[in-house]
Each structure stands twice: as C-alpha cells, then as structure tokens.
Write a protein that binds this ligand. Sequence first.
Ligand code: FAD
Length: 658
Amino acid sequence: MILAPEDCGCPYQDPGASISNSPICNGMLLFMTLLEGFVSGRCRIAEPCRRVVGVKEADEEYDFVVVGGGVAGPIVAGRLAENKEFKVLLIEAGGPDPVASRVPSFYRNFWNNPETDWLYRTQPGNFCLNEKRKGCVWPRGKTLGGSAVLNGMMYHRGHAADYEDWVKFGAKGWSWTDNRAYFDRSEDNKQIGSVAKSSYHSTGGPMPIQQFRYTPPIVQDLLRGINESGLPVIDDMNDPNTPVGFTVAQTFSNNGQRYTTARAYLEPESERKNLHVLLEAHASRVLFDGTRANGVEYIRKGERKTVSATKEVILSAGALNSPHILLLSGVGPKDTLDKFEIPVVADLPHVGQNLLNHVGVTLHFLITKENNTQTLDWADATEYLLEGTGPLTADGMTQMSGVLYSSLADKQREQPDLQFFFNGYYAECSATGAVGEPVGDCPQNGRNITSNAVALQPRSVGYLTINSTNPLEPPLFYPKYFSHPDDMVMVKDGARYVRKILESKTIQSKYGVKLDPSHTFVCDKAGDQWSDKWLECMARVYTDAQNHQQGTAAISRVVDNELRVFNVTGKSFSGSLRNRKGAWCGSTRTRRTTSKAPPPSAGWWITVVVDNELVFNVTGLRVIDASVMPTLVTGNPQGAIMMVAERGADFIKTDWTK
Ligand SMILES: Cc1cc2nc3c(=O)[nH]c(=O)nc-3n(C[C@H](O)[C@H](O)[C@H](O)COP(=O)(O)OP(=O)(O)OC[C@H]3O[C@@H](n4cnc5c(N)ncnc54)[C@H](O)[C@@H]3O)c2cc1C
C-alpha cells in the first residue's frame, strides 16, 4: 500500500534535492532512493498543492527584491506580500525546499551535499585540527529554506540579557521588551498548557513549535543521569524562570515534519500573485543609482541578469553571504574595495567584521553495551509513512539540550554561557532496511555517540573578507576561535559537565559509556584524560564550530536601528536623523567620515546634519538576517532571526504605507 503515490489533487512537483546524493549514506543508494520515493508520494509530506517551485523567469521590475530564501528572507518576502499593492521578488541561489528534508531524522542528509550546502570552510588556525589544517567545516543551506533545511530545528528565544547586550552595543529599541511581540507574532505553539506556558509563548503565528513525536530512550536516561548529577532538569528552555537546565527542546516541527520559514510563510505563486520566488539565481551584487539601491544583478543558468527594485532591496542571504554581497556591491571598508578595484558606494569599515559564532568541543564516546547498528529500518520507515510517528519524526539525541553557567558567567544576569548538545541514534541511513544492520563494513562493538560543550559567550571575534571579485568564489572566513583565553576556560568547564553526566549511575549501568579511544588517542600525550592540558588539546583538535554565525553587518555599525544600511560619509558629526519633512527618525551618532555622497535620485532618505552640511545615506537598502544581530544570543539563533525578520518587515511596511 505504501508503494503507490497518493493522488493529492495537484500535479507532481519537483521534490528538490535528493538524499541519494547524501555523503552520510554513502553506498546505500537503493534503499534510500526507494524510501525517498515513498516520502515524496505522501500528500501530507510533499504537499504538491502548496509547493513553492518558483517562477520560470523574473519580471523586469518589482517594488521589493529580497535576496536569500533561508530563515529571514521568506518571512520578509511573505510579510511584504501581505500588502496586495506591493510586488515582491524573492531570489534564492539554491533549488526548492527538498521534500525529503521534511523528515526530521534526515537532519544530516543534506549536509556536505553541493546541491544544498555552500560547502564553506574557515581559514585554518589553531582549531579544528582533525581537519588536517584545512579549517573548520561550516555547513550553510543553499536551497529554499536555507540553513533551516540543514538545522537541528531547536527553538530558542535567547535570554533577556542577550537583548540588553544588543542595546548596550548600540541597537537602540531592540531590548527584550521591544522584541517580545515579534517573537510572539511568528509562533504557533502546540504545547501550551503542557510543556509551555502561555505567558512566554504564543499561538496563531505561521511557525508551528513543539517537541518531536518520538524521543529515543537514551534521552530519558540522560535526563535521569543529569538529575543524579545534581544538575537541573527543566520543562522548557524558553521559560525565563528556569534560565539554566536540560530538557527535550521544542522544535520547528509539526505532525512529525520539519517546518522551515519557507514552508510556513510562503504560498505557491498561484495563490499569492504579487510574490515571485526565483530559484537557482545567485545574486552577485546590489545595483545603485548614486547611493540609492535600485536593483540586483544575479547569475542564473550561467547568464548575468538584472532586476529593478523601485522601493527597496533587502539582503537576507545570511551572516556569511549578506556581507559578501555588500562588499561586491561597493559597500564595505574602502581599503578592501580599493584593493579589488570595486567602485566605492559607501565606505563602511564594519562590513564583514564582528563575525561571531558559538564554539566548543565535540567529545566522542562509545556505548559499550550496544552494537553499532543502523537506527533506520523498514519497520520505522513504514510507521512513518503510514502513521507519521516513530524515530523518523525526530533527530535522535539532538533534540536534547541544556544551558548552564561556566565559572566565568555573571549569574545575576541570568545569562547562561554554556550549551550542551548530544548526537546519535539518527534514523538517517540504511542499505537494506533490515533490523540490526551494522554501521559500516567492519562490525564494531560499541555504538558511537558524541556530546558537545559549547561556549555561548566566546570573547574571540572573527571577520570575513573577499578573496576575489568573482561572486561565485566564497569569501575568506577568519573565526579566530580560542584567540581569547576565556573561551577555552568556558569550553573546559562545559566538558567537565559532560563528563559528570556521562559518568552518572544510570548512564554507566545501562550503557557503559566510555571515551572513544579511536578519537582520544590524538591527545594521549597532552596529559591525563580530563586534565586541563588534555581538554585543551581535545578542544583544538575536535573543535565544535557551531553554525550560529551572526554580527557581520551589525546594527549601529553597518545598519541603523531599522536595519537600513548606513552611508554616513563626510566629517565627524553629531546630529539627528530626520526625514524629508524634518521629523526625527533616529538616534544621534558620532563617527569619523571621509567623503560626501551625491543625493539620491528618488525615494525616501534620511538626512544627517554634519557640521552644518547635509549628506545622504545609502537609501533603499536593508540587511535583514543574522548579520545584523550585534552580539550572540545565548542559545540556538533561529528564533531570534525570525524575530529580526518580523521586525524588519514591519519597519519596511510602516515606511511604505505612510
Ligand atoms: C547544521 C546546522 C544546525 C543548526 N541547528 C540549529 C537549531 O537547532 N536551532 C536554531 O535555532 N538554529 C540552528 N542553526 C542555525 C540556523 O539555521 C541559522 O542561524 C539560520 O538559518 C540563519 O538564518 P539566515 O536567514 O540568516 O540565513 P540562512 O538560513 O543561511 O539563509 C540564507 C539564504 O540565502 C541564500 N543565499 C545566500 N547567498 C545568496 C546569493 N548570493 N544569492 C541568492 N541567495 C543567496 C542561501 O542559499 C540561503 O537560502 C543551525 C545551522 C546549521 C547549519
């Protein structure tokens, strides 16, 4: 019965990138291809009638052009298109949201796949040394849905103190209280009254939030072990009354399926005619008339094309790509632009700076009381296809997380600076679907799991820059991990908590967990296991470069409080930002400036009084994504990025509906 595709009442649509290319299931083509075919044949998963597959070609002109269909872009485009007067284009470099990625257990199947991942790596340094000095791997989603197609789906809003830090950084009007309504606007919490309380969650937004339908037994045992270790077990990481503790996280999911913002906020072109989605279109630069952004150049099927934006261009290409596009467009540090002979539109020294990311150590363990077998089998696959339940509805141990204070944390602020992740028991691959199929060709005693201890407030700050003017050549990423000694202190503190948990009575008696010698041997000479020196060696070799990059076009450095790109050029000044009618519309700032920009030819602008002279901002250009978040949120960032996108869309709508 499960073999036959269902009749969904709409023609079959492109299912997007396939898991058959997944490097993680190398050599398991037959079973994985069959399973994927069955998944694509289920109406409630593939939803062909609701599928966004993109327009064949873009029109010549739109009111708004949004670049990047990841987490932020679909929210911005979807919210703008709610106004029927606006004509909106969303440009995405990758293809459609892969249907198979809706199966939560295929969490890792789209990593390292050139069809869905930008395949980024950092520049090498004294970290990620297991990668043979080639830097760290940074998976980044290249598909409609963006990095949310590759991510662990954990929903976290951060802590109130995070947004106090934003305000301290200069992001006026971005406190927890200011942001709260926009978190609420996006959320449709399915567990209010059980796991979540209505006082800090909401319903009715486009994004479904809930725990997965399946939790592997080891997760419950880990929570028992955590309790035995005297560490807190809590219901909800978003409850401000329990700022630290471990739990089964709530996720961006519904009915056993992953939800991206592309799925939650976009509708097919047939239903929303004023929103076009252009897929497989790589935006190469923003086009300007003077300092006014008026379009985007993109590369599609090997051809360079342009599209006009009569009102605004919005960059939502993520913290690694939005600054890249800015630099290629002549918005960035003048010396860099001069070096590559890119005409300077705005000398903004902070573009690409302030590259922040959580960082930690991955510790490898063996469960000695179990064999290393595949978690995915026919029975689980059938259960998922027929009932929408079972191990395929979850991402194994990844659904569990916790946050704690390191020895450096300021507990008064209730801002934890450590986060913990656990990995294993993924129902992601199988060659035959047989129960108990061994993992790999060489049978091994002991199941592999890992745990990560991560610093949420690292002091090391990186940067990115360009290596060429070729838009298809990736930027250079310098994360500068562990360049500040505090970061290592936090990571070591975290690793010791992991030890405590995995050495707890329940975990030892049921699973017999021990460190995996095939990984620890590298640091044998550094010192005794768990000693300071050994931990430092482990952190530098098995660096956990998280995927929470933020800050590269930060509010108050690159964009103003309403996410408009600055172009304050001229002399040092201290003045107020006013609109054409003279109304005050922004905070005063003082900065060194170099040259004067010509007035924009059309559209709105903000004037700035500079020693009695008038200069004009870059107009018609905003950045709305993780790039603008000036300091790290202490938790998984997608929830906060969604809040930023909701606010950004609101700023634009307010400006253009006056
Ligand atoms: C493996 C992994 C696990 C994660 N786990 C979690 C988690 O559990 N919870 C959580 O909250 N966060 C998690 N994150 C982080 C989260 O996914 C990101 O922070 C978030 O997706 C960033 O959103 P964004 O909109 O800024 O960028 P993205 O989601 O990366 O979207 C950017 C989009 O722009 C497109 N794009 C880029 N350049 C161009 C161009 N030149 N032209 C056209 N399009 C372009 C990209 O293809 C992409 O679709 C994880 C991330 C990864 C990679």
